[in-house]
Each structure stands twice: as structure tokens, then as C-alpha cells.
Design a protein around this ligand. Structure first.
Ligand SMILES: NC(=O)c1ccc[n+]([C@@H]2O[C@H](COP(=O)([O-])OP(=O)(O)OC[C@H]3O[C@@H](n4cnc5c(N)ncnc54)[C@H](O)[C@@H]3O)[C@@H](O)[C@H]2O)c1
Length: 416
């Protein structure tokens, strides 16, 4: 690529897009120049944040085609809701194939698809147009994960043997928009929404720095899912009220708690294990990411709420509810952790810097749609295991066309 600075367009101008925009203060050699969102106001707002932060002279575009067709735009970031993945990617590809636009790369938020068929379609579309593809799994770029993994492998693993167990958890009190709660729109419940991070970051920590993903082969998956909080009538009612009467967790819930165990074999035949737990029913200070990596003579641990900065407000400080201390904050008084640079600590800054460096060099990012597809395959195997209540060999038969019961509106633990 001849250009020295890439022009980036963002598709979907909501909550996550704004995390990306804020992260851009730490990303070099690229400017955010456009946002498309069918909700024009959201597009204008997101573009305004980019301009205010001086990370690009962003403007709102009328369509994906218009965005991709602008010669100033060299790459697009897909941050639209899960149920729009395929139509969004198809429009990007159509604009390229009809000669309207020319871009070098596309990045897509998690999950790559709501099921294996969709994730595969995303990969096929990117390959067909020879686009460089980045899968946006921020946690594998989180500084604590990258540094911790590097140190543990260089010191502990080099002298005493590879790590054999990785644990990862992502927990908060529930998503911010009604569509996340709907199995059919989102693809599932918390398992699809958040275990995608946990299985991938744990797999990443268990893989030696520099080694290919293929050095670990998944062999077995065991999972469990339930709805612990949001079927309690008062909480189900709050979902109903927040969605204008659309989300009915008494009849059509999605899982708010899920765990999985993925067994892998490494290239020498050693068994290594990933253990994940995820929930939408954790009411602590806010979003909590925890990871562990254990080996014969060492251990690594990360907890995003063990923040270096804490503030205390007495009961006389009766301020407004907000998310100014930490994502998915649950309280405003008492002793509270503050994640002082969320975009960096969660990995967005490192992620976007890597994607931009890769695109400028004409290289495929290290985390790409192939990884997104692998993650989706593991998640769908986990749904299958939870539905059958047994351990499955990986890949289980029927994975390619499997749609979880929760995504079909047919799952309800109360009717078991
Ligand atoms: N990496 C992470 O930790 C993380 C965190 C949050 C969300 N996400 C992912 O990012 C994506 C967006 O989530 P969000 O939290 O921003 O949701 P959101 O609902 O806050 O924002 C989505 C935006 O997309 C817009 N939109 C709807 N249809 C569209 C279309 N066809 N084309 C373009 N835009 C469209 C909506 O108007 C809305 O403004 C999801 O896939 C989600 O899974 C990732």
C-alpha cells in the first residue's frame, strides 16, 4: 500500500464504535474519516467524537456503498449489530465488485457470525474479494495479557514446561441494548456474546508466542448454560419494559450464565485445558475480566477490577448513575475501582494499531476471520454440549449447520 496514512470508515456508530474511536488517540498512521449508521443521529454523534478527539475529520455517510466508494476510505471496521453481519459484508463486497470502491482491509467485531454458517460466509466473502481481514478480539491485544503471556512463556515455560491450564472469565450485569438479549438477533445469550472473548484469550495464552494457532487442536468440549437471574419475575419485567414489550424472558429467555471446558492437544500430544465462565448476572463494581495461566512452576493472574486507582465517595455524595469509572458500572458510592484507560487496558488500542500496521504493510492481521470462524465453531460446539448435557468430541457432527435452540427461541431452562 502506497499511502502512509489510512482512512478508516466505521460501520455502526454505537457503543462499541465509540470505544474504537476513543482508542484511536493511541493508534498511529490512520484517521477515522467516516461513520455509517442507519440512525443518522448516531452516525453524526460518533463522527463528532472522532473530530473532537482529533483522530480524524470524520463525517457521516448515507450508506455503506457511499462510504466504501469514497477514495479517502481505505479500510472499514464493522461494528453493527450481530444480526446485520452478512448484509453489511455483502454490501461492502458489492461496492468493490461493481468497481464503485477500492479498499484494502476489513475488520469485524466479535462474533464473526451468529453461527458457523454465517461466520464461514464472512470468511468466504473476504477471501473472494482478496480483502485483508481482521477479527476484532480486543482481549488478545490487552497489555496485561500480551505482557503476562510473554513473561510466563519466556521464563516459566522455557525452564519448567508449557502451561497446561488457562482460565478466562468475563462477567457483568447485562448488555446495554435490547437486541443483545434476544437469542435470534444476537445469536444466543451470554455464551455467544462473551464466551467468544474468553475461549480466544485463553487459547491465545496457551499458545507459545510466535506459534501458529494450529499448534493447538481442540479435541473435546463440555459446556453448561442456564438463566439464573433474568427469569426472576421482577428482572424479566425490567427487560420487558426496557424493550417496549418485546423481550419476554419468562417465555423466551437466553442464558445469562455459561461455562465451558475445551480440551486441546498440542503438537506433542500433551493435553491442555481451557476453562471459561461468563455471566450477565454479576453485580459487582462493573465489568470484570479475569484470566489465569497455570503451568508446572508458575501462575499468572489478571483481574481488571484490581485497578491501581480507587475512589471513595461517602453516602452524602448522591450523584447521577453513570459509567465514568468503569464499563457497566453498578454504583456511585463507597470504595470503587476505576479502570483509568479502558480502551487501552481492554486491548482496543493495541488491536487497532496492529490492524493498521498490517494493512499498511499489505499483510493479513495475526487475528483474522479464520480465528473468528474457529471461535464460532467452539461456541456452537459448546451450545450443542450444553443442550445434550454431555461432553462432545470436537468437531461434533452437524456443527456446520447447527443453530442453538436459544437462537431459535426454543430454549427455556424452566421447562426442563
Ligand atoms: N469487543 C467488545 O468487547 C465488544 C463490546 C461491545 C460490542 N461489541 C460488538 O460490536 C457490535 C456492535 O455492538 P454495540 O454495543 O456497539 O451495539 P449498539 O446497539 O450500541 O450499536 C450498534 C449500532 O449499529 C447501528 N446499526 C444497526 N443496523 C445497522 C446496519 N445495517 N449497518 C450499520 N449500522 C447499523 C445501530 O443503529 C447502532 O447505532 C456487536 O457485534 C457487538 O457484539 C464488541
Amino acid at each position: 500500500m502506497k499511502k502512509k496514512t489510512l482512512g478508516v470508515g466505521i460501520i455502526g456508530g454505537g457503543f462499541n464504535a465509540r470505544f474504537h474511536i476513543r482508542s484511536w488517540v493511541g493508534v498511529r498512521d490512520a484517521d477515522i474519516l467516516g461513520v455509517f449508521d442507519p440512525d443518522r443521529k448516531r452516525a453524526e454523534e460518533a463522527a463528532g467524537i472522532a473530530r473532537k478527539l482529533e483522530v480524524g475529520e470524520a463525517k457521516a455517510y448515507k450508506s455503506i456503498t457511499e462510504l466504501v466508494s469514497d477514495p479517502k476510505i481505505d479500510a472499514v471496521w464493522i461494528s453493527a449489530p450481530n444480526f446485520t453481519r452478512i448484509e453489511v459484508m455483502e454490501e461492502v463486497v458489492r461496492a468493490l465488485e461493481t468497481g464503485k470502491g477500492e479498499i484494502v482491509g476489513v475488520c469485524c467485531e466479535k462474533p464473526l457470525g451468529r453461527n458457523v454458517k454465517e461466520a464461514r460466509r464472512m470468511l468466504d466473502l473476504a477471501r473472494k474479494t482478496k480483502l485483508l481481514d481482521g477479527y476484532l478480539e480486543n482481549q488478545v491485544f490487552a497489555p496485561a495479557v500480551v505482557r503476562g503471556r510473554g513473561i510466563v512463556w519466556a521464563r516459566g515455560a522455557a525452564l519448567t514446561g508449557r502451561p497446561y491450564l488457562a482460565r478466562a472469565a468475563e462477567e457483568h450485569s447485562g448488555p446495554h441494548m435490547p437486541w443483545f438479549w434476544e437469542g435470534a438477533l444476537q445469536g444466543g445469550g451470554v455464551l455467544n456474546d462473551m464466551m467468544c472473548h474468553s475461549v480466544e484469550v485463553a487459547r491465545f495464552m496457551l499458545t507459545a508466542p510466535g506459534a501458529a494457532r494450529g499448534t493447538l487442536t481442540p479435541t473435546k468440549v463440555t459446556a453448561y448454560a442456564s438463566c439464573l437471574k433474568w427469569q426472576i419475575p421482577d428482572y424479566a419485567k425490567s427487560l420487558w419494559d426496557n424493550s417496549g414489550g418485546k423481550t419476554d424472558y419468562l417465555k423466551r429467555p437466553a442464558e445469562d450464565f455459561a461455562r465451558s471446558l475445551v480440551e486441546y492437544k498440542d503438537e506433542k500430544g500433551n493435553v491442555v485445558v481451557v476453562e471459561t465462565t461468563t455471566s450477565w448476572c454479576y453485580v459487582g463494581a462493573g465489568l470484570r475480566l479475569s484470566m489465569e495461566l497455570l503451568g508446572p512452576e508458575y501462575a499468572l493472574q489478571i483481574n481488571s477490577l484490581d485497578a491501581g486507582l480507587k475512589v471513595f465517595f461517602s453516602r452524602r455524595v448522591k450523584g447521577k448513575a453513570g459509567e465514568d469509572l468503569v464499563e457497566k458500572q453498578n454504583a456511585e458510592v463507597g470504595l470503587m475501582p476505576v479502570v483509568s484507560d479502558e480502551e487501552n487496558e481492554y486491548g482496543y488500542t493495541g488491536e487497532n494499531r496492529h490492524m493498521i500496521r498490517s494493512f499498511l504493510k499489505g499483510l493479513r492481521p495475526s487475528e483474522n476471520f479464520e480465528d473468528g470462524l474457529n471461535v464460532t465453531e467452539l461456541l456452537m460446539a459448546a451450545y450443542m454440549s450444553a443442550e445434550k448435557e454431555k461432553t462432545l468430541s470436537f468437531p461434533p457432527p452437524g456443527l456446520a449447520n447447527f443453530i442453538p435452540a436459544v437462537a431459535q427461541g426454543k430454549w427455556n431452562p424452566k421447562s426442563r
